[in-house]
Design a protein around this ligand. Structure first.
Ligand SMILES: Nc1ncnc2c1ncn2[C@@H]1O[C@H](COP(=O)(O)OP(=O)(O)OP(=O)(O)O)[C@@H](O)[C@H]1O
Ligand SMILES: [Mg+2]
Length: 368
């Protein structure tokens, strides 16, 4: 199936420019600018109330911003009514027509568009095959499980061949196992359709596993936009570092810089830190907020050139695949995670002294 828009050849599927939206005193969107590329799986990720649904509703044409601009497929769209926009939305509540069968639910939109009976059957069948619901075609929504209803809701949106599919927590109502299954399916489906998906979730794992790029939102703003790797490896702010994965945070003071290598004072002692060129300016401001992921710290060993600090093991939690340690380093504590590879000759115990190694390239610098 091809994304339907012969008119536009913009490489950008959705362009949001400084969108703002207030509800009384609440600033739901405080100036959101972002571009979604054509054919990408894009996620809006953030905690409850950060403005995800508000942004999606504005793109869908179900709400208007107070200010800002919106282009869909390169075309100015704020003044277009919802039904004229090349988008379809899948909500968390499936909103299927209870009196229609699965295939009739899916065909409904096409009938409204007065397509020929042959075309309706062709497209409905093709989409039911794609979403693996052929055997359910004659059932009614009350005869379906939650996961099956969700597939029907997806099929019903996809069958219209929108340029952009908007998904608002589409898997939110499902149990964890089914969610994981459908996450993978949704990802494969998007790749096969080459359709642009804008997906809303507050679940970081879901956003990371499914998306080409993620916009992390907080209080009506985009804090960071990038690939899952970029956001995890190089979080820009404290909020992003803490919202995505686990992170040790501590303060530091700028001492000197030699190229991209920084010397800083910290509660862990003097540290060497390797920074990407984009972070250098921030580093020279003096007071620093530093972070490192628990799995990027090594206990015992490490490499020549790592920062090494002596500490004491305060707590060990074993959970099968990995062990988690809390290390006391005097002025500060660190969480360290290690995969249980079975390669360590001698076990570590609470109370043991250990050398903690922090590679200069694994420490990142955050904006407050
Ligand atoms: N129609 C409305 N009237 C008043 N306030 C609203 C309205 N819609 C949203 N809000 C407020 O705007 C803010 C953003 O809401 P939004 O629904 O966009 O959040 P969200 O990120 O989708 O959250 P969730 O993950 O809980 O769905 C919230 O504080 C919410 O209470
Ligand atoms: Mg929402």
């Amino acid at each position: 199936m091809q994304p339907a828009d012969p008119k536009s050849n913009s490489a950008l599927a959705v362009e949001c420019q400084h969108l703002t939206r207030r509800f009384g005193k609440i600033e739901a969107l405080a100036g959101v600018s972002l571009n979604v590329r054509r054919g990408e799986f894009f996620s809006l990720l953030g905690p409850s109330g950060c403005g995800k649904t508000t942004l999606l509703r504005i793109i869908a044409g179900l709400d208007l911003p107070d200010s800002g601009g919106l282009r869909i497929g390169g075309i100015e769209s704020l003044r277009l009514p919802a039904w004229k926009r090349p988008v379809n939305t899948v909500f968390q509540s499936y909103a299927l027509f209870p009196h229609l069968s699965v295939s009739e639910n899916i065909a409904f939109g096409l009938r409204m568009k007065r397509l020929s009976a042959i075309e309706i059957t062709r497209r409905t069948t093709s989409v039911m095959e794609l979403t693996q619901i052929m055997p359910l075609a004659a059932r009614h929504p009350n005869e379906l499980s939650g996961g099956q209803k969700q597939r029907v809701a997806l099929a019903r949106a996809i069958v219209n061949e929108p340029q952009v599919l908007l998904l608002d927590e589409p898997l939110g109502a499902l149990d964890l196992k089914l969610r994981k299954e459908l996450q993978l399916e949704l990802h494969h489906l998007q790749q096969r359709l080459e359709m642009t998906f804008v997906h809303v979730t507050h679940d970081q794992d879901e956003a990371m596993t499914m998306s080409d790029r993620v916009a992390v939102m907080n209080a009506g703003r985009v804090e960071q936009l990038g690939t899952p790797e970029e956001i995890y490896e190089r979080p820009k702010t404290r909020f992003v570092a803490e919202f995505i994965g686990e992170c040790n945070l501590f303060e530091g003071k700028f001492i000197s810089r030699d190229g991209s290598r920084l010397e800083a004072d910290s509660p862990l002692g003097r540290l060497r830190i390797d920074l990407p060129s984009t972070a250098i300016e921030l580093a020279e401001q003096g007071k620093l907020l530093l972070g490192i992921r628990p799995e990027r710290i090594s206990l015992v060993g490490g490499h020549a050139g790592d920062n090494r600090v002596l500490g004491r093991i305060e707590e060990i939690t074993f959970n099968g695949a990995e062990s988690r340690y809390r290390i006391n380093l005097g002025k500060v504590g660190l969480r360290v995670t290690e995969l249980n590879t079975g390669r360590r000759d001698v076990g570590l115990f609470v109370g043991d002294s250990v050398e903690v190694a922090l590679a200069p390239g694994n420490i990142f610098l955050l904006e407050g």
